[in-house]
Ligand binder design. Sequence first.
Ligand SMILES: [Zn+2]
Length: 169
Amino acid sequence: MKVEVKRSKRRKRTISARLDGDIMYVYAPLDTPEKELHKIIKDFEKRFARRNLKRKLNKEDNLREVFNKLNKIYFDGKIKIKSIEYVTNQQRRCGSCNYKKKTIRISHYLAHMPEWVRDYVIMHEMAHILEPNHSKAFWDIVYRYKLVERARGFLIAKGMEDNQELDIE
Ligand SMILES: [Zn+2]
């Protein structure tokens, strides 16, 4: 990512940035200290990189297709959701489910894990559409998927399974 800084007298306080292809244009007031500008540029770079990664992963992996497959096999096609996508702002949670809005978000880390682990996480979040808690009824649904134990073991080894209990919104 190339960075081009444009300083302007008219700009009073705010610094903004936009990405055009591979060039990031940063607009800053004339008197912004170099050090402050540098830090803000780093933050923008991170943010744009996360956004690009999110787009790329969602383009490469069609999670809606995975959802449809699991829905058909394990839920008789009965689960309805508004969206399912990878997100890059969930560092510690594998996935999350907003059962009211009917949206599922999957951590981008899962994109680099085996498919059966990713499928378990999707299955887990899908079950929350029916059971927005971690009750026995909830786990009975999740365990329709045969590789639950293996997948949870895998995630524990990656330090991610502990946060599974915080995934309901
Ligand atoms: Zn959960």
